[in-house]
Design a protein around this ligand. Sequence first.
Ligand code: ATP
Ligand code: MG
Length: 487
Amino acid sequence: MTNTNETGWKLDNSYARLPKTFFTKLDPNPVSSPKLVTLNEALAQTMGLDAQALRSEDSVDIFAGNTAMEGFSPLAQAYAGHQFGHFNMLGDGRAMLLGEQITPEGERVDIQLKGSGRTPYSRGGDGRAALGPMLREYIISEAMHGLGIPTTRSLAVVTTGDTIIRETRLPGAVLTRVAASHLRVGTFQYGANWGTAEELKSLADYAIKRHYPKIEGDDGRYLSLLKGMINRQAKLIAKWQMVGFIHGVMNTDNMTISGETIDYGPCAFMDTYNPATVFSSIDTQGRYAYGNQPPIGGWNLARFAESLLALLHEDEDEAVKMAQDAISEYPEIYRSHWLAGMRSKLGLFNEEEQDEALIQDLLEMMEKHRADFTNTFRSLTMGKLEGTALFGTEEFIKWNERWEERRSRQQQSKEDSSELMRRSNPVVIPRNHRVEEALDAAVKNGEYSVMERLLKVLSKPYDYENENEEYCRPAPTGLPYRTYCGT
Ligand SMILES: Nc1ncnc2c1ncn2[C@@H]1O[C@H](COP(=O)(O)OP(=O)(O)OP(=O)(O)O)[C@@H](O)[C@H]1O
Ligand SMILES: [Mg+2]
């Protein structure tokens, strides 16, 4: 047990007060020689934690799961999930929830270790994680935060000193993840399938209290929870589409109730615009391709709705009807978030009926001419029409005239419109080859400066003052980029 007062930990564990079916308490699961390799000082500060104290041996032992914090017993959460459409019992097979930090702002955030060893939900797995994938999660989640997209955060990575065995032998690591919570659609699916109606109700009320407090105590709160989730997920997925983020494994256990992006396993950012883009080596059917993310979000929300049926109405037919009515609104809700995002990317404030056609026409040309997604919008923002064959084509020149005309048909000035574009079109994204370069240096050579530099650039992705040209270039063409779940 470690006394943690000096560090600034102010922990609670409200999750442990839920019915016991939702978790299993765990003992620490020590690793041989933990070493802190990266610490998110800015995040630590917003959480009321002292960065210096977090570097101490005692803190590193906490990050490694070697010791528990005073008065707290960690736990593994139970959940289920549809993985590539197939329903399974899952749960934290390689993670433990340490507790919830109450920040100086009064917010409650989960502190969870990922890669911390076997749990009762590990099935055949070793409960461990490799250094590369944990650093990758750190980089991409922090990049998402920089982009202004709701996401779990990364506080620290420690190496364990132990080797883990995958296709090769790899250095083991533990990531400390910070999240609004780790409640997933899969947590509700677990509650609906393996819990009693009362237990499911406790879970739903708990989720409402943490994430939808405005509806707490309302009579129709479970339907409001469903509608709130539909809106948050529609908004989240629209934001992913705006920056070309491909999650890669949108199973229902990887969709949060808070509306944060979670699980940075096989995700990656699209370079050349093509809705069929898939990076994950296991997604052979393209289920989670860029262009499929919006409908898959709807599919997952339908699974969430199913898990709530018992709470929606005592009459089953009535409950099904309520769920269906809510779910049927998702496509339109998503579309309005997507349109709003795309209008901003094109510097448009007001709404005109022809806007969707204007946007679709640009996207179609980008696909045809294999234009880089991020750099096309960056060039449009800067008014520097170079860098892609698209800009030289007659069809683009015509489109450009239409766009200019459309921009002039609004009250706001051209300068305001450009400013909106600068806020909506990132200059830098975590380019796949840049991420790989940073990981290579860290994992193979223990050299973290490449990653630190990358993180710094990614923390200000809309900074048009420093163009960071070398971080903007797409990968040299070669083999298609492949990602792996990293389990
Ligand atoms: N090495 C492992 N040992 C035991 N269980 C594992 C291991 N890797 C993954 N799992 C479990 O397999 C399931 C699906 O894994 P998935 O890749 O979605 O999650 P994850 O990356 O481990 O975690 P998270 O969703 O929390 O980011 C989860 O229940 C996870 O805990
Ligand atoms: Mg997962």
